[in-house]
Design a protein around this ligand. Structure first.
Ligand SMILES: [Zn+2]
Length: 126
């Protein structure tokens, strides 16, 4: 069993969120298959390695969730990733990969619902 951590999907959430704040502070772990014992997400490390190996990230209508689609070059480490599993550095890396177009994004080819930690910026007028 991996080292215990706190799954980010336990909250806290915004006041109008449908999710319940679960204040358990620790005790989650990555199961043998590499998925979070609380939410079933793969780890940040597995998610980012999958993207860099050419795996396809499938957008969803949720700002906190993506599906993982295996490709010729990358076997999916699990079926889904919850963005709450990204730490600050992971979010930066994710944004960097999107901006550099180094992420294969599944249909329709972009995140039609933006990941909650991403904001659009206007390209510099040149
Ligand atoms: Zn989790």
């Amino acid at each position: 069993m991996s080292e215990a951590f706190r799954c980010g999907r336990r909250g806290p959430w915004a006041a109008n969120s449908p999710f319940k704040y679960d204040q358990v502070e620790k005790g989650d772990h990555y199961r043998d298959g590499g998925t979070c014992s609380y939410c079933g997400s793969v780890s940040q490390e597995a998610f980012l390695a999958f993207i860099e190996a050419g795996g396809e990230v499938g957008p969803t209508d949720k700002s906190y969730k993506a599906y993982l689609h295996g490709t010729d070059t990358a076997q999916a480490p699990g079926i889904k990733f919850y963005f709450q599993h990204l730490d600050e550095a992971g979010m930066r890396k994710f944004i960097e990969l999107v901006n550099a177009k180094r992420m294969r994004i599944g249909y329709p080819g972009h995140f039609y619902v933006r990941p909650y930690f991403c904001v659009p910026v206007k390209a510099d007028a040149a």
